[in-house]
Design a protein around this ligand. Structure first.
Ligand SMILES: Nc1nc2c(ncn2[C@@H]2O[C@H](COP(=O)(O)OP(=O)(O)OP(=O)(O)O)[C@@H](O)[C@H]2O)c(=O)[nH]1
Ligand SMILES: [Mg+2]
Length: 306
């Protein structure tokens, strides 16, 4: 019997926006609560470029998490779209999770986000992530430093990587969600398509394998995505778009070695996500200065209004 059928038990559903500076672990937490790797994560900042919904449905509620791009000083048109995707989430959530790392002290960049939080009426939890990287004694001063800046509804240290305290987070969140039936089917885990996830897996491998600035100038599109019936096989054709000729050369690498390795790792990632064999053909093209080009950004899916 589900909670919905049990009149003694309240069912709650609502939206939980995860916001914070780049690289604090927002997408890692999204994957952790959903139990599947739907959002890509890397050690480099500005990995996530658009909002991604991750849904966890249990007997007592539906937790609809919205992962967002890290909030940062945005210079390019792409970066402005990224930050605005994060900002839109503020007023569309029932609860906000403001995530910071356990290491460090509040600074001007945190102050700017807090100023934005002051303009919303949505309850905000402070989530202090990566507690595995600091000694226990460092946590209390970190909590006190942040508490002085804003009246957080809850303050919770956790470790998104191992899942430590994530159940506690879900308990606290449940208390803040509105009563009501599930808003999405119980078996739905994301609003994103398999095509989108395939393109993101390629971008993740590019981000991990290519040197410093390259990942920020690459977008990936899926040209075709075809399941071969009865063969447990998906055939995918994808294009990595570089903003300049020189970047194309780096992406391909000497004798095509870099592109081959990106393709190999992306294929393995996709096979593990889809639970099927994948045949991936990956092309590289130059789409000059696409991060500044509104039309190309639209084409690559970065300017949706949702
Ligand atoms: N040690 C440790 N590392 C973590 C933890 N959570 C996330 N990370 C790492 O931190 C890095 C950034 O994680 P992401 O989840 O991509 O961070 P993000 O906030 O989504 O970053 P952007 O999308 O760039 O805004 C990755 O290398 C993660 O593996 C944690 O609890 N402990
Ligand atoms: Mg992210």
């Amino acid at each position: 019997m589900t909670a919905m059928e049990d009149p003694g038990k309240t069912f709650r559903s609502g939206f939980i926006g995860i916001i914070g500076r780049p690289n604090v672990g927002k997408s890692t937490l999204l994957n952790r609560v959903v139990g599947e790797k739907i959002a890509i994560t890397t050690a480099k900042p500005q990995t996530t470029r658009d909002r991604i919904m991750g849904i966890r449905t249990t007997g007592r509620g539906q937790f609809i998490f919205i992962d967002t791009p890290g909030i940062h000083p945005a210079h390019s048109t792409l970066n402005r779209h990224m930050v605005s995707a994060a900002m839109r989430t503020l007023d569309e959530s029932d609860v906000l999770l403001f995530m910071v790392e356990a290491k460090g002290e509040p600074d001007e960049k945190d102050g700017k986000i807090i100023d934005v939080l002051k303009g919303t009426r949505t309850p905000v939890f402070l989530v202090i992530n990566k507690i595995d990287l600091v000694p226990k004694e460092a946590l209390l001063p970190r909590i006190d430093g942040m508490r002085a800046l804003y009246g957080f509804r809850e303050i919770l240290p956790l470790c998104a990587r191992t899942g430590f305290n994530v159940d506690r987070l879900l308990d606290l969140l449940w208390n803040c969600l509105p009563e009501g039936p599930p808003l999405y089917p119980g078996d739905m885990i994301t609003d994103r398509t398999e095509r989108f996830i395939a393109s993101e897996i390629i971008r993740e491998k590019i981000t991990v394998l290519c040197r410093k600035e390259i990942p920020y100038h690459i977008a990936v599109t899926i040209e075709s995505f075809r399941e071969e019936p009865g063969k447990n096989l998906v055939v995918i054709q994808a294009t990595a778009h570089a903003a300049r000729d020189s970047q194309k050369g780096i992406l391909i690498g000497r004798g095509g070695r870099m592109l081959k390795e990106i393709g190999r790792q992306a294929r393995l990632g996709m096979e593990s996500f889809f639970g099927k064999r994948v045949f991936l053909e990956l092309f590289v093209r130059v789409t000059p200065d696409w991060p500044e080009d509104e039309r190309m950004l639209r084409e690559f899916g970065y300017t949706r209004t949702r």
